[in-house]
Design a protein around this ligand. Structure first.
Ligand SMILES: OC[C@H]1NNC[C@@H](O)[C@@H]1O
Ligand SMILES: [Ca+2]
Length: 453
């Protein structure tokens, strides 16, 4: 089979299946302070020397804030019938609460209208890591008031765009927000405080519940939660490694899904955090129960895990699979993990509707030659993971769409522009877009197997 033959499975996805691509505001927009927008914690973090590789910032990024019309045309040329993006909270509420910045609302309304004109279904993420700086100054996600701030912000967007946008996501990857921003400190706001991280996670869950409730009050019917999920395979069948994998599974995969579906945290959280784990009351736990209308699954890789008491707080460490291919993020290429995690959700949480809201890979790209960029590894990653998604469909998973991460090469947080996930290249100098071979492959797969627009 030539590398250009789209190798989707024999059975096509269900009717109405969404074939999309995903981005987020701070990673692609640029112009972070334009038209009355306020600074976010990522604007501040990126401008803090030493926090981001090469001291890259999102000041320009993909310049999507100016080029959004061109980018919608690009999506249409790829044949996408859906597009997942996030709203920069501080464009809407420059101080995080209070005064609404109409120019910020207008930007997203114009974007949504352009998508709808092209028959592209918008999927709107309310929060993709860029908290208004003004709210961080008031305690940020560690503040008891943060769920209320978020619900109010969400309500403004529900009222402004609820007649056009049908698919909403409250939070992107609450685990990464918590672990990156408050435990390991590699992401904004850069704290390293286990007890604070447990409180932040709890407030994020309260915020999801509050924004879900305010959405239902506005008649919004499909509100999801996007979570990064990563199968944890024990390195051996020793009890120590099995327990380590179970702890890391609880820590990464169940810390947020168990509360929203069951109103309780995984038992291992107390073991992992020890005295840093707050003493939540039964009513506080029950208040977290807010089953999403769909689960957004962000899948990249799996981990092989062995016990390691020195690797705190989980007491477990990843074991690199040196004989297997890895991406430029040093993540093992493991398509079967996508099938496994989708089947796991089906079994554990009662077969909820699921979208793959992120899946993709960074690789060192070759230079384009005569208008062609032959990103073979990314194309192979895409093909193998589309097949893995199809295997989950055959297992009866209620999978309703696939969003490639990412439409464009963009700002990869603490890696800056050094890691490129785009199906479309963005020139580092003039930001010219160029569809890579992986993008052409995706377009052909959509034509052959997609529901079309
Ligand atoms: O690391 C790749 C992606 N992972 N999920 C969240 C996105 O913002 C990242 O770019
Ligand atoms: Ca521990």
């Amino acid at each position: 089979m030539s590398e250009r033959t789209p190798a989707m499975p024999t059975d096509s996805p269900p009717n109405g299946f969404l074939w999309g691509a995903a981005t987020s505001a701070y990673q692609i927009e640029g112009s972070p302070l334009a038209d009355g927008a306020g600074p976010s914690i990522w604007h501040r973090f990126a401008h803090t020397p030493g926090r981001v590789l090469n001291d890259d910032t999102g000041d320009i990024a993909c310049d999507h804030y100016s080029r959004w019309r061109e980018d919608v045309a690009l999506m249409a040329s790829l044949g996408l019938n859906a597009y997942r993006f996030s709203v920069a909270w501080a464009r809407i509420l420059p101080e995080g609460t209070g005064r609404v910045n109409q120019a910020g609302l207008d930007f997203y309304r114009h974007l949504v209208d352009a998508l709808l004109e092209q028959g592209i279904e918008p999927m709107l993420t309310l929060y993709h890591w860029d908290l208004p700086e003004a709210l961080d100054a008031r305690g940020g996600w560690a503040s008891d008031a943060s769920p209320g701030w978020f619900a109010d912000y969400a309500q403004i967007l529900y009222r402004a765009l609820g007649d056009r946008v049908r698919l909403w996501i409250t939070l992107n990857e609450p685990w990464v927000i918590t672990a990156g921003g408050y435990l390991y400190g590699d992401l904004a706001p850069g704290h390293c405080n286990p007890r604070e991280s447990a409180i932040v996670a709890h407030n994020l869950l309260r915020a999801h519940a509050a924004a879900s409730a305010s959405g239902r009050a506005e008649g919004i019917e499909r509100i999801g939660l996007a979570v990064n999920l990563e199968p944890q395979d024990p390195a051996s069948d020793s009890p120590e490694d099995q327990d380590a994998a179970a702890r890391r599974d609880a820590f990464i995969n169940r810390w947020f899904l168990d509360p929203v579906f069951f109103g309780r945290y995984p038992a291992q959280m107390q073991t992992i955090f020890g005295t840093d784990w707050p003493d939540f009351s039964a009513s506080e736990l029950d208040a977290l129960r807010a089953p999403p209308d769909f689960v957004g699954v962000n899948y990249y890789s799996r981990s092989v895990v062995r016990a390691d008491p020195t690797a705190q707080p989980v007491g477990a460490r990843r074991v690199r699979q040196d004989t297997r291919p890895h991406t430029a993020m040093d993540w093992e290429v493991h398509p079967q993990g996508l099938t496994d995690i989708l089947v796991w959700i089906q079994g554990r949480y009662g077969n909820p509707p699921v979208y793959i809201t992120e899946n993709g890979a960074a690789f060192e790209d070759p230079q384009p030659v005569a208008g062609r960029l032959r990103d073979r590894e990314r194309l192979a990653y895409l093909r193998s993971h589309l097949r893995a998604a199809s295997r989950a469909l055959r297992r009866g998973v209620d999978l309703r769409g696939y969003f490639a991460w990412s439409l464009l090469d963009n700002f990869e947080w603490s890696y800056g522009y050094a890691k490129r996930f785009g199906l479309v290249r963005v020139d580092p100098v003039d930001r010219q877009r160029l569809i890579k071979d992986s993008g052409r492959f995706y377009r052909d797969a959509i034509r052959r197997y997609g529901g079309g627009r």
